[in-house]
Design a protein around this ligand. Structure first.
Ligand code: NIG
Ligand code: FE
Length: 411
């Protein structure tokens, strides 16, 4: 008896992204069947058993890719930082602006002042820009609240985006992002005092509320020291949350090595990563998340060690880092182009970085491939070849998108 499914797509070229030696894991004359939110068949149309479907589409040779995954964003925030952009163009550095009370601290002020509703409205506009490009999974970090109440507010907004928009949202608690202004005058090391609050009160409360899927840190001279980050990793471990790290973005503090020793899902930025730390990351299975938008926007010169990451088979993801200080870029396809032009990724690596490896950076084993049993997140593109997604800027939009098995967009 024929199996029945919700959707059957035929006459479709599949960029399955399965790493089987065939570029893009291509299947030329393919078919995909979706049922109950899962892919129940993805393979050659000729090899498919008899399947009936509630809805069937001839895709006329268009390409299907896994729905895109933006695995690193800070898209919930208040205020804007255009004035700082002007200051930087007049010669001041990101670190200098940050040390004089601008940077993250200015966003903290505006995020705290904003109502939950306003943050939601503004963030949902940014998220929709990503969704229009075929993003079906999105990570959102807190880190502009810097006290329990305000961090919870940000995380609630992030969760609500996942409830009200057709996208899977993973939330990350980034309490250790910057020193909150009210701690500046604390006796002793104010950063140690704040980290104590993060570890003893904020992480347990965030975990209790079920509002975070992971814990992140900013390990940097203008952020927190490796010893302080390690305390955060230990506290995350104690409540069973996986860790990630903003590491080696502006200097080499050995944050990646530290994060890897806590089994980090990902080590992010890594422009200053030393080559001899790479085997440690490879062994831990952490994903290297490349954020070329921040590199571009800060006009950085130091590039991540791509060749060595490749050599050690470290999976590389690509994300927008969408935030208004270092990467006001609401386009994952542009981030793929930047990863190719600025860092030398191949278009195939860039697409793997926003599909399978983006999913792995979030611990989502069931996403990022077109394969039987995987989540039915799919983007359909009217293109001649998947390299076009990385090659062209602002030219490609999906013709259809399925998220969790539902057709959520159709042109
Ligand atoms: O990923 N590096 C730290 N955090 C962000 C920047 C945040 C900001 O400047 O507001 C980043 O680049
Ligand atoms: Fe970031």
């Amino acid at each position: 008896m024929a199996q029945n499914c919700d959707w059957l797509l035929t006459n479709v070229r599949l960029a399955t992204m399965v790493d089987n030696g065939v570029p893009y894991g291509e299947i030329e004359s393919g078919a995909v069947a979706l049922h109950d939110g899962l892919i129940v068949y993805a393979g050659p149309e000729a090899g498919m058993q008899e399947i009936t479907a509630d809805q069937q589409r001839d895709c006329h040779g268009q390409w299907a890719t896994p729905g895109l995954v933006d695995c690193h964003t800070h898209l919930v925030y208040g205020g804007d930082r255009a004035r700082e952009f002007e200051m930087r163009l007049q010669g001041r550095s990101y670190e200098d602006i940050s040390r004089s009370g601008g940077g993250i601290a200015s966003t903290v002020k505006h995020t705290r002042e904003a109502s939950e509703e306003l943050l939601f409205e503004q963030a949902s506009r940014r998220a929709k820009c990503l969704l229009e490009e075929g993003v079906t999974t999105l990570e959102i970090k807190s880190g502009y609240g810097l006290n329990l109440e305000q961090e919870l507010k940000m995380l609630r907004v992030a969760r609500r985006l996942g409830e009200e928009l057709p996208v899977t949202v993973r939330t990350t608690f980034l309490g250790a992002h910057a020193l909150p202004p009210e701690f500046a005058a604390t006796d002793g090391d104010p950063r140690d005092a704040y980290i104590q609050l993060v570890c003893e009160q904020m992480i347990p409360a965030v975990a209790d509320a079920g509002l975070a899927d992971a814990v992140d840190v900013f390990c940097e001279g203008i952020g927190f020291s490796p010893a302080q980050c390690e305390r955060v990793f230990k506290a995350a471990q104690a409540v069973g949350l996986p860790v990630k790290g903003h590491v080696e973005q502006l200097s080499d503090l050995k944050g990646a090595r530290l994060a890897a020793s806590y089994g980090a899902l990902s080590v992010d930025h890594i422009e200053y990563l030393a080559e001899d730390d790479i085997p440690v990351i490879a062994k831990a299975g952490s994903v290297a998340v490349l954020l070329p938008g921040a590199f571009y926007f800060l006009n950085e010169q130091q590039k991540p060690p791509i060749a060595a990451l490749r050599e050690h088979n470290v999976p590389m993801a690509v994300a927008t880092d969408l935030n208004h200080g270092t990467s006001p870029i609401a386009s994952l396809l542009l981030a793929m182009n930047q990863a190719a032009v600025l860092f030398g990724l191949t278009p195939e690596e860039a697409l793997r970085g926003t599909t399978r490896n983006g999913a792995l950076a979030l611990g989502l084993q069931n996403k990022g491939l077109l394969a039987t049993g995987f989540d039915a997140d799919i983007a359909l593109w009217d293109i001649a070849h998947p390299s076009e997604l990385t090659y062209a800027v602002n030219m490609n939009r999906p013709s259809k998108v399925w998220q969790g098995g539902q057709c959520v967009y159709s042109s």
